[in-house]
Every structure is written in structure tokens, then in C-alpha cells.
Design a protein around this ligand. Structure first.
Ligand code: 5HY
Length: 250
């Protein structure tokens, strides 16, 4: 089985971190590779950056289709481009926010998301509502540490303290980490907050593997049917869907 984990931002150190975390939970015989787009933002902390990260996600899915990838994990907490990727990919596409929220509700009844910057909280709340967790998601908090500063001194303590506040003040009995860059902090945070802490990268890989093992994939008709062929102009011409080429060359 081949699982491709896509870091939608273009910071190599973060892609490598995501790859390490993903491989920890890979089943024997499962190939897990972590990739990033050839274009796009260094990190995603705004709607603008999230929108501009989507072509890069689709570029990597298109490449994965020609590499015979069985399933994809989109490793950014906004789940950017997951719906569009499901129209391109033969196999399952899992976003880390959706995967983490599902996992949290299997080990608790009231989870809190703890993300990076306050300005990304609304997006996390929107996803919780869309995924059916309006009630189970009791809070979305931010530790106000930028994505690319998560490995700097003090970041761990800020994140830990915000997780503790979610337990003490919001009554959360599970925590969802709101950034792929927090993946390697998960075990240490869990040891210090006393409730289960979910890393979306690991949850996403385990879920993707399970879907492939179950033989489950999006229906080829309906909402996730391949996009209809039509001209695509300008910078995005390479994303044109053509009848003679199954997936765009990007
Ligand atoms: C992420 N941004 O997981 C999100 C986190 C966030 O570049 N990778 C990013 O703050 O939304």
C-alpha cells in the first residue's frame, strides 16, 4: 500500500517533520512518503494562503495518480483542497482536521481544538461544524505561536498551557492539535495534560490505511466525479482537465 502525505505549505523542514510522524504509524508493508508542492506559501495562517495552497495540493495529487498512490493525507489543519482532490484521486483523500476530530470523538465526548494563531480559529470551527462535530467540539483555542515557530523555545509551554486551559475551563476530555507542525509535540503534551491528545497527521495516516484496507473510496459518480474537461487559462493552464489525459499534468 502506498500512502502519500502532502504538506500543502512549502517549508521542507515541516514536510520532513510530517513524514517522520506519518511513518511512525505506518503499518508493516505500507510505503509512506511526504511531499510538498513546487509552488505556494511557506506556511498557511490565513484564508489567502490557504486558497493559494490548493493548486499545489492538486499538483501533488495529479503526480501521485501517475505514481499509483493508493491514498492521500492532506497535512494542513484547514484541510485545503480535500474536496477537489477527491475529484482527481482514484483512492481516498483524508484531511488531518477531519481525521483528528473523528479520532477525538472515539476517545472522548467533548474535544477542544488548540491551534496556532487566533485568526485561524474560525476555520477550525467551520470544519468542526461541517464534519458534524458542532456539539462535540466544545472550544477552539489558539496558543498564538506561528506555524514556523512551533519548534522555538517557549512554544511547547504556550501550547501545553492552552491545552490545560481547554481541559480546566472548557471541560474538554480530549484535545485535537490544530497544526501538522505540532505532530512531534503530541506525546509530550499528552503526558502533561492528562487527557488524550490527537495528532491529525498520525490519525490521517491510520485512517487512510484503514480505508484502503476496507476497499473504500469516493464514488466515481456524484459530487466527487472527475471534473468535466474544459479550457483553463493563464497561470493554471497546466491544470486543464482534458479528455485525452486522465489527470492534469499541472
Ligand atoms: C497547518 N498551517 O497545519 C496549518 C495550521 C494553521 O501551514 N500547516 C500550516 O495554523 O492553520
Amino acid at each position: 500500500m502506498h500512502i502519500r502525505v502532502i504538506n500543502p505549505n512549502t517549508t521542507r523542514a515541516m514536510t520532513d517533520l510530517i513524514g517522520r510522524s506519518a511513518r511512525v504509524v505506518a503499518a508493516p508493508g505500507t510505503l509512506v512518503d511526504a511531499v510538498q508542492p513546487t509552488m505556494g506559501p511557506a506556511s498557511i495562517e490565513s484564508h489567502y494562503e490557504e486558497a493559494l495552497a490548493v493548486p499545489g495540493v492538486l499538483e501533488q495529487v495529479a503526480l501521485g495518480e501517475s505514481d499509483g498512490v493508493d491514498a492521500y493525507v492532506v497535512a494542513c489543519f484547514g484541510d485545503p483542497g480535500v474536496d477537489a482532490a477527491r475529484e482527481l484521486a482514484r483512492g481516498p483523500v483524508v484531511g488531518i482536521a477531519e481525521a483528528a476530530m473523528h479520532a477525538a470523538t472515539l476517545v472522548g465526548r467533548r474535544f477542544a481544538v488548540v491551534t496556532t494563531l487566533g485568526r485561524t480559529r474560525a476555520r477550525a470551527r467551520e470544519l468542526a461544524d461541517r464534519y458534524g462535530f458542532r456539539e462535540a467540539c466544545v472550544a477552539v483555542r489558539a496558543c498564538e505561536v506561528p506555524v514556523l515557530a512551533l519548534e522555538e523555545p517557549g512554544a511547547f509551554l504556550r501550547l501545553r498551557d492552552e491545552c490545560r486551559r481547554a481541559v480546566a475551563q472548557d471541560g474538554a476530555d480530549a484535545i485535537v492539535l490544530g497544526c501538522a507542525g505540532m505532530a512531534e509535540l503530541c506525546a509530550a503534551i499528552s503526558a502533561e495534560v492528562g487527557v488524550p491528545v490527537v495528532d491529525g497527521v498520525a490519525a490521517g495516516v491510520v485512517l487512510a490505511q484503514s480505508l484502503v484496507a476496507l476497499g473504500l473510496r469516493p464514488a466515481s459518480g456524484g459530487e466527487y466525479a472527475p471534473p468535466p474537461p474544459k479550457p483553463m487559462l493563464g497561470l493554471l493552464a497546466g491544470f486543464e482537465i482534458r479528455t485525452d489525459v486522465p489527470v492534469p499534468v499541472a
